[in-house]
Design a binder for this molecule. Structure first.
Ligand code: GAL
Length: 445
């Protein structure tokens, strides 16, 4: 055969592959100009909430993050929203929004500041907070690990060393025993993929390392730790619902005719999403068997923010704008608003065959110009998905108020309430009142 025959043959295969990929994996985009986002319905049982995390709002912490903040080029969390002292005021804000549920995390470094030393005052304060939420008719959902842990745990290499898992399990049992009489819903870990990739590959979270091997080890150990905690806590109290919060970022090829872009997005999708979903379904991860992880869920938490358009030339830090489709709008975080992606994220997680709780969704938007429409579109998508029969039980907006946005410090504002960090005054944003109306209207359906 002549060389050009080979070439034509290769070209046909290439085109056929791309055409099939494009058909198999369409990237859905809606014409929002013809959609009325206010047309939505929700079942009476649907739960509306907001979410926060201890290190992002409490202030005055001393943990792996504060240590990292002092030695890296990021803003220090400092007083944050001073929530540790103003929690009652902040719970009043929850009531004003009319939420039925509130997701927050316990700060391990407060509760166990030294290994084996338990801080009775901190344990009592969290207990008072739970009581106060219940009194207000707000159901608490507790996250047991939301990126922060004590420095003594970090010094022992944290989740990088599987022998440390027991230390976290012990802490989880302690707080669970104390609060499970009043708290039914528990998230073991927040975003194992973000925690491991940002901390051990992107250098943007503590401990600020770059090692693929450590990244995969930490991801596996955290998922394994989740599995162990799930079974231990269920033994204490089988009535509680236990799950983890999975960040689903969709990786889509930047150029949909470029096979390299498809290959890169498939690889990233596997490391970020597929490996964890598979571990929860089959009990294996990166070649290791983890039988305790299989089926270790009463619900799956979905944190959904965006899709990332991928090519082999990936940014090594997030201080860049990610690419976007020409019609898409950029959020302050430098990634696009893509509400349509919620459908694929839900379909991905429902293969786990447990109810879905949308444990986070929101946007960084300093001037609150994008958040109103961002919120309306995502809420409309939830309503559509419910009507299609997907089992989604709740929606938690990230976040109640502006807070310490990890590596981005205070530069990004995610709150339904604006926070003035000088005076600690909280002010309801327009998007906050839209959310309040959405909740109110849904309860009258
Ligand atoms: C999530 C994280 C939250 C918050 C949010 C906004 O990945 O769980 O703590 O920072 O992103 O970027």
């Amino acid at each position: 055969m002549e060389w050009w025959t080979y070439l034509s043959f290769a070209a046909v295969i290439y085109v056929a592959t791309i055409v099939s990929l494009r058909m198999l994996y369409p990237e859905k985009h809606l014409d929002w100009s013809i959609i009325d986002e206010t047309q939505r319905t929700f079942p009476e049982s649907f739960q509306w909430g907001v979410a926060t995390a201890s290190h992002q709002i409490e202030g005055g912490n001393s943990n792996n993050w504060t240590e990292f903040e002092t030695r890296s080029n990021i803003e220090e969390s400092g007083d944050a929203c001073d929530h540790w002292n103003r929690w009652q005021e902040d719970f009043q804000l929850l009531e004003e929004l009319g939420v039925a549920t509130y997701r927050f995390s316990l700060e391990w470094s407060r509760i166990e500041p030294e290994k084996g030393h338990w801080n009775a005052e901190a344990l009592q304060q969290y207990s008072d907070m739970i009581d106060d939420l219940c009194r207000r008719g707000i159901r608490p959902m507790i996250t047991l690990h939301h990126f922060s842990h004590p420095q003594w745990f970090e010094q022992r290499e944290g989740f990088l060393d599987k022998d440390n898992i027991g230390l976290w399990v012990h802490y989880c049992e302690k707080v669970f025993e104390r609060y499970c009489d009043r708290v039914t819903d528990w998230c073991t870990v927040n975003e194992p993929e973000v925690f491991s990739i940002m901390g051990y590959f992107m250098k943007m979270f503590p401990p600020g390392k770059r090692s693929l091997r450590s990244t995969l080890t930490v991801m596996r150990n955290v998922v394994q730790a989740h599995g162990i905690v799930y079974h231990r806590l269920k033994q204490h109290n089988p009535v509680c619902r236990i799950g983890l919060a999975k960040n689903v970022t969709l990786f889509d090829p930047l150029k949909r005719w470029n096979l390299l872009h498809w290959t890169t997005s498939a690889a990233l999708n596997f490391v970020w999403n597929g490996a964890i979903v598979r571990a929860l379904k089959k009990g294996t991860m990166f070649g290791k068997k983890m039988p305790l992880v299989r089926g270790s869920l009463d619900f799956i938490g979905l944190n959904y923010y965006t899709h990332v358009l991928t090519s082999p030339f990936l940014p090594q830090t997030n201080e860049v704008n990610f690419p976007k489709r020409s019609h898409e709008t950029m959020t302050d975080f430098g990634y696009p608003m893509y509400a349509e992606g919620l459908e694929r994220a839900v379909k991905m997680l429902e293969t786990l065959e447990v109810p879905i709780e949308i444990t986070e969704n929101g946007t960084a938007d300093q001037h609150d110009t994008l958040r109103p429409i961002h919120l309306q579109r995502h809420v409309w998508m939830v309503s559509e998905l419910l009507q299609q029969g997907h089992d989604i039980r709740s929606y938690y907006h990230w976040s109640l108020m502006d807070n310490f946005e990890w590596a981005e410090g205070y530069s990004l504002r995610f709150g339904l309430y604006h926070v003035d960090y000088q005076t600690q005054v909280r002010t309801l944003r327009q998007s906050g009142s839209i959310y309040r109306d959405i909740i109110n209207e849904a309860s009258q359906d």
